[in-house]
Ligand binder design. Structure first.
Ligand code: AHR
Length: 307
């Protein structure tokens, strides 16, 4: 493996290909599956690359093992989607000492460790949380009384921490906006449903659900319907990701808004690896460009959604 800078990226693996190891989190959501597919399509469709893919089944220890295997295999680059923010220093230092560039894909790690990776490629989760709150305040009114259930993502994940922070900061000056319950649903549909079901047994006086991803929002929709209430009407449903089933739920009137988060990061990752191999200095944060979809705008966009 070589990291020398030159005009042309120089494939360094023995078979002439650039070998990329991707330590993926798991398969918890439609979004995650779309990201995996994007990375696989990008690298498996390019004869200049070889992809080594690892699914950690939501466990940090499995991701750490995968990274150590990639280091032992002397891959040319490592992509990591960190399941949680903390606890990466040791293994990323090992990759650095081995001269292997690391790219963080979609989720971040604890601040202060910027020297352990080349670039973070992904979304501004704080902004997504703010946008979710902004939609609510614009739609329901700045002075409305709104009891909110927040379905949080995986405990310790940057996507959960920052979506919570952005949202809570944005509603804090509106006294009527109260988070009456906040609980992790682990970014899955099943857990989103379970948490919502349990809460509705105790209290039905809620006006909005803010879910850190669409899968949990879709699970909550099911629970609300089973409790005899109308999601989208009686209880407003706000999700994040922009997966197709969320657009369909909006078209069906059962969901109100989805804050887009782009999972199609394969092409940007590939470009970042090529640039690094060519000696080009990259931005520390390669940010995704994203939108917010509700109502007719969502219905119009549905046929062209890619994930
Ligand atoms: O890191 C991005 C988040 O992870 C997505 O919002 C969620 O669906 C996924 O599991």
């Amino acid at each position: 493996s070589s990291s020398k800078a030159s005009e042309e990226p120089s494939p360094s693996a023995s078979n002439g290909k650039l070998v990329v190891g991707f330590a993926q989190i798991g398969q918890e959501s439609g979004w995650r599956d779309a990201e995996t597919a994007s990375v696989k399509e990008t690298f498996e469709g390019d004869p200049g690359f070889e992809l080594k893919f690892s699914d950690a089944q939501q466990k940090q220890e499995n991701q750490i093992k995968a990274i150590r295997t990639f280091i032992a295999q002397k891959v040319d680059a490592i992509a990591l989607a960190p399941v949680v923010e903390s606890g990466w220093e040791t293994v990323l230092k090992e990759a650095k000492d081995a001269g292997i560039p690391v790219f963080l894909l979609d989720r971040g790690i604890t601040k202060g460790n910027e020297d352990l990776y080349v670039s973070f490629i992904g979304s501004d989760f704080i902004l997504e949380g703010q946008n979710a709150a902004k939609w609510m305040i614009d739609e329901l009114g700045a002075d409305a009384q709104v009891n909110i259930v927040q379905l949080e993502g995986t405990v310790g994940a940057s996507a959960a921490n920052d979506r919570k922070k952005g949202f809570e900061d944005a509603i804090k000056d509106h006294a009527g906006y109260k988070i009456v319950y906040s609980q992790t649903g682990d970014f899955t549909r099943a857990k989103g449903k379970e948490v919502m079901e349990a809460y509705l047994k105790k209290d039905k006086n809620i006006q909005a659900v803010y879910a850190h991803n669409d899968d949990m929002a879709l699970g909550a929709i099911q629970a609300i319907e089973e409790a005899g209430l109308k999601p989208g009407t009686d209880i407003k449903i706000i999700g994040v990701d922009g997966i197709k089933p969320a657009f369909e739920a909006i078209a069906a009137g059962k969901m109100n808004v989805t804050v887009e988060c782009n999972p199609l990061l394969g092409p940007q990752l590939k470009q970042a690896i090529l640039d690094t191999k060519a000696g080009t200095k990259l931005e520390k944060w390669i940010k995704s460009d994203e939108d917010v979809y509700s109502g007719q705008k969502a219905i119009d966009a549905l046929p062209n959604r890619k994930y």
